[in-house]
Design a protein around this ligand. Sequence first.
Ligand code: GLY
Ligand code: MN
Ligand code: MN
Length: 436
Amino acid sequence: MNLAAPFAVHVQILQQRLEAALQSQYLDGVVISAGIPHVYFADDMEAHFHPVPHFAHWCPQPGPHHFLVLQPGKKPKLVRWSPQDYWEEHVRPQDAYWCASFDILEVPDSRTGWQSLPTVGRWAYIGPETAIAQEWGFQVETSLLVSHLDWDRGIKTPYEVLCLEEATSLAAQGHLAAKAAFEAGGSEFEIHIAYLQAVQCRDVDLPYTPIVALNEKGAILHYMYKRTAPRNGQVLLLDAGAPHQGYGSDITRTYCTSAAPAEFQDILRGMEKIQQQTCQKVHAGVSFLELHHETHMAIGALLIETQLLRHCSVEEAVTSGKTTTFLPHGLGHMLGIQVHDVGGLQKNALGEPEKRSVQYPRLRTLRKLREGEIVTIEPGFYFIPMLLEKARAEDTTGQLNWPLIDKLRSCGGIRIEDNVHVMANGHRNLTREYLP
Ligand code: GLY
Ligand code: MN
Ligand code: MN
């Protein structure tokens, strides 16, 4: 895919947005740092480097210590840290699709980088080295500027949609390979390797550590281990994305074999239906809080239909918190240059927070969706021991079917997650185009 033309438009759009944001804060410009490596305490090892997201939004240049110098009416400048070094490889593209959008200044060390930055006028600095930036005269209290930029960042440019589409198409190949490895009886570790092989990435290059959970481990929402045993699992929950130019997809599928209990297979089919119905409701103007609530109502109905819950209405299942026992996380989140992208809890560009929901405090976004945003829709249904024990203690009238729950606990959980682009009158489900 040739990204040169869409990238040039992306930078033009970001430039326009930035000019409005700077004007609102009476600033002449902003320097955005690529960030600095994190060195582990009492060690000489560095953590895998993640760029400052505000930098990555503008520029796919990898590595730390670079700066972007951005001001109204001027071509963006990339001050690129290019040390002479035989320990590490420093990737410095000269003719990548994005290079023409920047004036590039190569600097041999970070001090020279700092010395090259503007010194006249009111400039803000976004990045981790605020003490140094302050010494150089930058304004480092940037919360209002950042709120403005984060609010704008919710709306994806056509270039960003293309990157997320590539990230989706790649992850879909990984998911198909992982499904085949699961069906062949593979362990979590083998399924993980099959995924990496298909996407041709090291795991540190993925947007997040994949969750590869067989059976009961599916109930650990952020399960990180990859066991070499057991093999021949009955249920696989796989939450894994793939990268493209700094953007990442975030996709979950749950599969079970015919050996899984029939009741669990029914719940899985029910969850697939609920997830698809929720995706269908996505359009500009719909309240994400409302979608989340409707998902809980649907899960209440599923609990009753599958006889996990008796002598209880759907409304009571939701208001009493019984559905939250099975779905304790939010329906989804913004997706973009960060997996949990910014702006979901903001009410406006000023950064005023949306009022949190008392009933659903875990939601990462609550407000009405805007045209151009990309969100995940990821309802789940889990048998989480800690939450089940609490529910059992509270279930004095025996509404929950404990023998059935105890039978299904070893199946862990279900999550189905798609990435959905919000349109004026509907949506585009990027994930289903590649992973039906
Ligand atoms: N993979 C993390 C999440 O789904 O939010
Ligand atoms: Mn996920
Ligand atoms: Mn997600």
